[in-house]
Design a protein. Structure first.
Ligand code: FAD
Length: 329
């Protein structure tokens, strides 16, 4: 378990970053609402660094994105005690030492409720008030059987309630344009997304997808199921593809799909040499992410959220193509 300290008793968590009893940290939704007129905001996802070299790379990416004014930056949360400690520390440093608004992903995997409370307290202590509440996947095999910790939570909607009950936090959740791989069908999936929103989540960020129609249908489903919850922002997540091998793996683990014609195009670009032609794959990936971004903007997406894997270049190219995120002096 992490070395973060437990908050005292069952009291709301305030954290030293709060002004009095109420946090002054902006929420993701307020950032989206106050975005520059006429420009769709963007945001980026970082991954926790596993060692010092990776941490240096993360900071290079952070500093490259900072002047481009993303609406927020999110930090994923993974397995492993050391990395988890580092995740809390680095996310806190982003809050304290940069102008960026960090969103901490929090997963229920292998945590007791007490540990989850302690983690939320640790985030509050370092000024992080925006949390993406997730169930997480089973460690080892993300597609394997989910086994709830005996003192933990079963589903993300419980985590939403838990974080909200702890104090002045802004909570988001995950949504799945193609349906979550554990949901029997899209109706079930929609019902559970709405349940998370009704529990107090203010917005959702989608799983990556490669066909904008999936995103649009998700939005329609939520709206039809519960118009009040459907009014909350659904933020599409984009991943500029830079490697066929790694996107295949990510797609397999995430439960999303590469459309057949895109996979064929990427396979042709990769070539049949012993190593894939990364440059050619990258060109297809940037073009696709640009086209998807254009369509999403035209369809009124509230923000474009980019998976960066802690590299800035591909996302910056897509943003430049879209005329977004131009550095302001
Ligand atoms: C934007 C985004 C960011 C992510 N970041 C991370 C990360 O940082 N770290 C990480 O480990 N993983 C991350 N994930 C992956 C995520 O944790 C997994 O996809 C996980 O399997 C589902 O998490 P959830 O929060 O959607 O779970 P839940 O909302 O709990 O849903 C899990 C499954 O249970 C079903 N379900 C929910 N409630 C009920 C109920 N009451 N009864 C029956 N079935 C129910 C759902 O339909 C779904 O099939 C992320 C995913 C996304 C989209």
């Amino acid at each position: 378990m992490n070395s973060v300290s437990r908050p005292g008793a069952d009291q709301p968590i305030r954290g030293r970053a709060s002004a009095g009893w109420v946090s002054t940290t902006p929420s993701v939704v307020s950032r989206l609402e106050s975005a520059d007129c006429g420009r769709v905001p963007f945001s980026v996802e970082f991954s926790p660094p596993r060692d010092e070299a990776a941490e240096a790379r993360l900071w290079r990416a952070v500093r490259e994105f900072e002047p481009m004014r993303p609406a927020f930056v999110s930090m994923t949360y993974g397995a492993g005690g050391t990395t988890r400690d580092r995740t809390v520390r680095v996310t806190g440093q982003i809050a304290a030492e940069t102008t960026l608004l960090p969103v901490a992903h929090l997963t229920a995997v292998e945590h007791t409720v007490d540990e989850l409370r302690a983690l939320v307290g640790a985030y509050a202590d370092c000024g992080v008030r925006n949390i993406l509440a997730l169930r997480g996947d089973p460690p080892g095999d993300p597609l394997g059987e989910w086994i709830k910790h005996q003192d933990g939570v079963e589903y993300a909607h419980e985590l939403v309630s838990l974080v909200r009950d702890l104090g002045d936090f802004h909570v988001g959740v995950a949504s799945f344009p193609e349906g979550h791989h554990r949901s029997p069908d899209l109706d079930h999936d929609t019902a559970h997304l709405v349940r998370k929103l009704r529990a107090g989540a203010e917005y959702s960020i989608t799983q990556m997808f490669f066909d904008v129609e999936h995103f649009l249908r998700l939005r329609d489903r939520v709206d039809a199921y519960d118009p009040e919850q459907g009014a909350k922002p659904i933020i599409p997540e984009l991943m500029p593809i830079t490697s066929l091998r790694s996107v295949r793996r990510m797609v397999e683990l995430s439960g999303s799909h590469l459309p057949k014609d895109l996979e064929e195009r990427l396979t042709r670009a990769a070539g049949d040499g012993p190593e894939e032609d990364r440059q050619a794959v990258r060109e297809v990936g940037i073009e696709l992410a640009t086209q998807m971004g254009e369509r999403l903007i035209a369809e009124g997406a509230p923000c474009l959220h980019f998976i960066t894997l802690n590299f800035a270049r591909a996302t910056r190219e897509v943003l430049a193509n879209l005329g977004l995120g131009v550095a302001t002096v």
